[in-house]
Design a protein around this ligand. Structure first.
Ligand code: FPP
Length: 249
């Protein structure tokens, strides 16, 4: 019998997969441990999925590591998450370079603690020439923030005379988002049984296939990732067209 991985059609892989890593807190609770233990255990899943995606030849993997709304969590949890990010980015740098993976970040990085921003910017700089896959961390990210920022940038360009109102279209808008050099995700995965988008890549995921799994993030392994991609490959992507029109292409 073919393994899950062997069942994948390598000619029909998404070029960009975005993930909402959810369920760390609940996972920790099942172990009778504090929430932070769930986040630490979630790093194993981050490593597994990054490795699986690079091995398959996925070009972009975007992970929702910290949302703008996450600041409202207890300060101990926020501080622990920020430290975990610093530690993880520093520790994984050699592995990222060895595997030719480029690190990028989207979100309001200016509002991150200095040490987190520094570790991140160092990581981005040290991996900038890698070309096998781009791992994008969404950090202090929210789509509504990003859309408002893009609107301000566009308004400024109109005010400066660089752009006219009639030139504003969806391409111009995309080019003013933090994801301007990243293709739209074709597949968006959320773990832990929640069925929400939670202010994540709202513009970019307009045509993404959504995949929800009850698996809690710290338990998410390569097999779960392959299962999500197989599910995606078995769907018909129509972009508003009829099935017959899609079959003609
Ligand atoms: C959601 O689970 C998870 C987060 C808010 C943080 C995700 C962070 C990591 C996996 C660790 C660091 C990541 C990188 C990329 C180095 P939750 O806390 O909302 O869980 P709950 O819904 O069960 O409470």
């Amino acid at each position: 019998m073919l393994s899950l991985k062997e069942n994948l059609n390598l000619d029909k892989l998404p070029s960009h997969i975005a993930i909402i890593m959810d369920g760390n807190g609940r996972w920790a609770k099942t172990q009778g441990k504090p929430r932070v233990f769930g986040h630490k255990s979630g790093v194993t899943a981050v490593r597994e999925v990054t490795e699986a995606a690079a091995e398959l030849g996925i070009q972009f993997l975007t992970l929702y590591a910290f949302s703008t709304e996450n600041w409202s969590r207890p300060s101990m949890e926020v501080n622990a998450l920020m430290s975990l990010l610093v530690e993880t980015v520093k520790r994984e740098m050699a592995t990222l370079n060895k595997n030719n993976i480029r690190l990028q970040a989207i979100g309001d990085l200016m509002r991150l603690p200095d040490k987190t921003r520094k570790a991140l910017l160092d990581g981005i700089e040290m991996t900038k020439n890698n070309s096998r896959m781009t791992l994008v961390l969404a950090l202090n990210y929210s789509s509504r923030w990003e859309i408002v920022e893009a609107s301000k940038k566009i308004a400024e360009k109109v005010q400066n005379g660089e752009l006219t109102i009639s030139e504003i279209d969806s391409d111009v808008f995309s080019q003013n988002l933090t994801t301007k050099d990243i293709p739209d995700p074709e597949l968006l995965i959320r773990t832990s049984g929640e069925h929400r988008i939670s202010n994540y890549l709202l513009w970019q995921a307009a045509y993404a296939e959504l995949y929800f799994t009850p698996v809690l993030w710290p338990d998410f392994r390569k097999e779960h990732f392959y299962t999500a991609i197989l599910d995606y490959q078995n769907r018909e992507r129509r972009f508003g067209k009829t099935s017959e029109q899609v079959a003609e292409v």
